[in-house]
Design a protein around this ligand. Sequence first.
Ligand SMILES: [Zn+2]
Length: 92
Amino acid sequence: MKKEEEFRYFELSSNAFDDIYGTKILLSEVNTIDDIIKIFIKNTEDLFKIHNMEKQLKVFINIKSLLHIHDKTMVDIINTPCNETIYICNHC
Ligand SMILES: [Zn+2]
């Protein structure tokens, strides 16, 4: 069983979605922000597929290449408390 402190919480910040989509990622599974984005994309796509959310999946596929994390290094992310939200966005 992994401890809560070993995860960071990432949430989609997108003008294309009204609902909140977030995912917890285990820090030991990622080395770079790119790794985080890849896992975030995979988990979010899986969620939409499992629940047959075809409309959301289509929109997400259109924006996924634009996803990024603002003004944060990997060290910043490691130092972010596990109960804080780190936003992944597709605009600005
Ligand atoms: Zn942005």
